[in-house]
Design a protein around this ligand. Structure first.
Ligand SMILES: NC(=O)C1=CN([C@@H]2O[C@H](COP(=O)(O)OP(=O)(O)OC[C@H]3O[C@@H](n4cnc5c(N)ncnc54)[C@H](O)[C@@H]3O)[C@@H](O)[C@H]2O)C=CC1
Ligand SMILES: CC(=O)C(=O)O
Length: 320
């Protein structure tokens, strides 16, 4: 990485998600420099003051300041969490118009600084905005990563761990597709401690396959349930973004479900969608093609078609 490994992350958008991500980066000692940009500069100032007041308890010093787009020039990662969030009852896809316009402006300013790092996108609809960021920035697709289904996957892993009373770290399962209402669980590859979760549910007393399969509905509904109660979701995605940031900056080659550009994998082209991918300091090293069964293949295609339609409607063009 650049500048003798002084790692810098710029967060654009100091709302619930951006502020949570900043808090998580500081607590996990991920970077030396953390820059926060928001349209509402006073809000960003307040956030930096508040974060600085926790520094005495942090594991290492993280220089943190309210920045300008000029600060993106030396950044390893620019994470965009700016834009409108869902109001109760709204879907992620409902945000496409306003957030695409916001992104055109933000990405233009980031690139105007001479930025040469990796974009990490969280704003919804995240798959659409990841693709839009590629288009607006002109960067190669491996350097534009969306948080994709990292949060959905983490939600499922938590649910499985709770159900089977095993640590979430030992629940291995993927949610793929749109980060949204058409996401799908890859049950054929999901295991806890090496045992397929559906087989396990069938064999264990007081467990059922139906209860496990219902988890995809709970994953899809999770954001709506949380937004209805507290107005926004933030902790889960903040930790997920931190996980991706670590994978990049520490050159981990970790497999994470992110929104990645597909060029023929899963039979899809010209869109970004949640899939497992190997993440390292170059960004997305490789998309992993899971062996899907017939139902999973159909559901993935439906999810990809949904995203493609939204992209085409938003841009008045066809991509295939
Ligand atoms: N990918 C995921 O898994 C998740 C994505 N999200 C998404 O993250 C986004 C942010 O959500 P919240 O933080 O809850 O919203 P928020 O309303 O709390 O914060 C958004 C921030 O963006 C700023 N902003 C707006 N336009 C800007 C611009 N042009 N330049 C700079 N800053 C600008 C606002 O001033 C505000 O501080 C939403 O789209 C939400 O749906 C939220 C949770 C999970
Ligand atoms: C809001 C959102 O995208 C989530 O919590 O999944």
């Amino acid at each position: 990485m650049k500048r003798n490994h002084v790692h810098r992350v710029v967060v654009v958008g100091a709302g619930a998600v951006g502020s949570g991500y900043a808090f998580s980066l500081i607590n996990q000692a991920v970077v030396e420099e953390l820059v926060i940009i928001d349209l509402d500069e006073r809000k960003a100032e307040g956030d930096v003051m508040d974060l600085n007041h926790g520094k005495a308890f942090a594991p290492h010093p993280t220089k943190t300041w309210v920045g300008t787009y000029e600060d993106c020039r030396d950044a390893d990662i620019v994470c965009i969490t700016a834009g409108a969030n869902q109001k109760p009852g709204e879907s992620r896809l409902d945000l496409v118009g306003k957030n695409t316009a916001i992104f055109k402006n933000i990405v233009g300013q980031v690139m105007g600084s001479g930025f040469d790092g990796i974009f990490l996108i969280a704003t919804n609809p995240v798959d659409i905005l990841t693709y839009a960021t590629q288009q607006f920035s002109g960067l190669s697709s491996e350097r534009v990563i969306g948080s994709g289904t990292i949060l959905d996957t983490a939600r499922l892993r938590f649910m499985l761990s709770d159900y089977f009373d095993t640590a979430a770290q030992n629940a291995h399962a993927y949610i793929i597709g749109e980060h949204g209402d058409t996401s799908l669980a890859v049950w054929s590859q999901a295991n806890v401690g090496g045992r397929n979760v559906l087989d396990l549910a069938e064999k264990q007393e007081r467990k059922s396959v139906d209860e496990v399969k219902k988890m995809i509905k709970d994953v899809r509904g999770a954001a709506y349930e949380i937004i209805e109660r507290k107005g926004a979701t933030s902790h889960g995605i903040a930790m997920g973004l931190t996980r991706i940031t670590n994978a990049i900056l520490k050159n981990e080659n970790s497999v994470l479900t992110v929104s990645a550009y597909l060029e023929g994998q899963y039979g899809e082209h010209n869109l970004c969608i949640g899939v497992p991918a190997v993440i390292n300091r170059e960004g997305i090293r490789e998309v992993i093609e899971l062996p899907l069964d017939e139902e999973e293949t159909d559901n993935f295609r439906h999810s990809a078609d949904t995203l493609r339609r939204v992209w085409e409607n938003a841009n008045g063009q066809t991509t295939n």
